[in-house]
Design a protein around this ligand. Sequence first.
Ligand code: AMP
Length: 548
Amino acid sequence: MNGLMQDYPLLLSTLIEHAARNHGATEVVSRDCDGVVRRSDWAGVAARARKVANLLDRLGVEEGDRVASLAWNTSDHLELYFGVPGSGRVLHTVNPRLFQEQINYVIDHGGSRFLFVDRDLLPLAIDIATKLPRIEAVIVLNAHPPHDAEVTCLDYEALLSRETDQYNWPRLNEESACTLCYTSGTTGNPKGVLYSHRSTVLHAFGALIADGMALSALDTVLLAVPLFHVNAWGVPFAAAMSGAKLVLPGPRLDGKSIYTLLRDEKVTFTLGVPTLWMGLFEYLASDVSAGELKALPLQRVLVGGSAASVDLIRKFDKILGVELIHAWGMTETSPLVTVCKPLQHHAGMSEDDLYEFRASQGRSLFGAELRIVDDRGDELPRDGVSTGDLQVRGAWIANRYFGGDEPAVDGEGWFPTGDVARISADGFMRITDRSKDVIKSGGEWISSVDLENVAVSHAGVAEAAVIGVPHPKWQERPLLLVRAAAGQVLKSEDLMAYMADRLARWWLPDDIIFVDSLPHTATGKLSKARLRDAYRYHFAACRDLSGN
Ligand code: AMP
């Protein structure tokens, strides 16, 4: 027997209308590409989202058609987030930091006819449109388009000015697609993940809970994670749902630009990948007084995308009095699956143990399930010791890639994450490595993540990467690459001695190399693939000292 409740589809249009009705006057602040701060509110975003929907009708974009954006975090991009999917089209957010062939590939594969672009990315967009004849027009946000371009360039503001801000959002099937994002694709071509209205709204509910982001109408959120990175981790939708004030930082995410917004807009919550915060702390250390730091109203920062180190957690706590909430997810998982918040029984831990604990990736939110399996696919115990391949399934986890023939999951819906992890009896998950980053030394596994965490806990280290390098005797041995902290002179022997006090001897790196910078992927993660390529022969000439 069915329940007798209403059929109320979970749609992004209902979210933006909820925000307009209930928190219409709450501010949405946006810093443009040229640094100018524009102030609007949720009612204003909703009105312009309706204009976007009318514009897409006029342009003849059909339901289910993809529309691409190549843009930073601005209010123009935010209104596309609601106007495009709310009216039944699919917003394909493209990461401008991908290699150009990858950008061409994902836009071509996504199949968009229109490309919305920020002014400073216009040359890139024109180049793409000349190569991809399917693109009918490039629509330029917040700037006048050139008249003499090889491709049709339209003025977004001029187009919107002709549309009304009234629109009857269609009552879509909640399973219909809303946004499209491609994985970074460290191997092979990037793969498209096609989110649905239902999965996206459920993800926003999941993210909002008190043991998740705990966003409320009292919060001001600085969206430091890009709108082109996995739906900005669902925060635009969670903010519309909760009525938080939203601050969009534009393209500039250096330490000073972030600090200024945190201070001027009285931000209480922010989020982003670890590398972003390293830049912030480098700026704070040199340019901001202790008194000014104490005055910042920031309370919480959610960090994910790659592992938050103990050192970063300690810095947020000690320097800013801010709680770092460590979270884990992937493009294929919308992204949020786990969040690390201590439970009552962790209260008695020492400060160091608590920092260590907070560096784990945490427990799964309701709506997603985790398990670890061995090489044969058999489930391993949740005992905090067994290590295996992490799998996930749930209401906002991908089932199949866009355009893919095969399911991305096994017969029971488990999606293989490519991460290696442990899970404790009370459900806390700790990533020990990416399966392809694990170092296999003499038949035993070494966790590159553990080594990096120890290296960055040294005051002289700003950033560290550990890779497994082929070795004639041991199969692979760890090589540590270090970017020293500004103004620090660090010696290899000293860092090695520091690490020797904290790690098993056979885990210690065979060599340490100091570099000026480390390569990052388009989403700000260390690019170990590039490092492995560059240092592939580093141990090739090594001989076993015992003569074997
Ligand atoms: P992407 O789909 O490009 O966002 O990459 C997802 C991958 O990033 C995951 O499979 C993990 O390897 C890594 N990742 C994300 N969050 C974390 C985290 N908190 N700790 C460690 N690795 C993470």
